[in-house]
Design a protein around this ligand. Sequence first.
Ligand code: RP5
Length: 174
Amino acid sequence: MKPLVGIIVGSDSDLPLIKETTSILEKLEVPFEITIGSAHRTPDFVAEYVNTASARGIKVLIAAAGLSAHLPGVVASKTLLPVIGIPVDGGPLNGVDALYSIVQMPGGIPVASMAIGKSGARNAAVFATQILALADEKLAEKLKVYRQEMSESVKEKAKRLSEMGIEKYIDEKE
Ligand code: RP5
């Protein structure tokens, strides 16, 4: 199937975090493509990638970067497609630098910034799917099931906690 979501990461060092994003897209059966492009190290490649995304059928872009994370903003500056930014945790400031870079976009060029790190990487996949689901009932149904499964798993944890008590529960989890 042709990819609907385009993922661009600033470095291959971002890939372990982005596995959180791709795993959920795979689970929801959302076709995606992924590449490495840096706003600072390969700016011309980033421009080329974004400029051709729409023509390839991409509907949503996800951009992840750490440190001085200009990638999502630069991507957004070059397209009318919605851009979701993931602040990669790591570096001396643990991703706070990336969060500020991504979230503080000037008016007129929005980036939908997710949370720093793992939660943000997961939510980027869910949010991209929610955008696509506006025009795709099957995807909307998959998102409903995804939420139901999440609720069931929390309820199951609460049940086990009441059965086992906190000490045993924590021991088993570790
Ligand atoms: C950013 O710099 C990348 O997104 C990455 O998070 C960070 C460090 O990159 P490497 O030095 O590991 O390639 O541009």
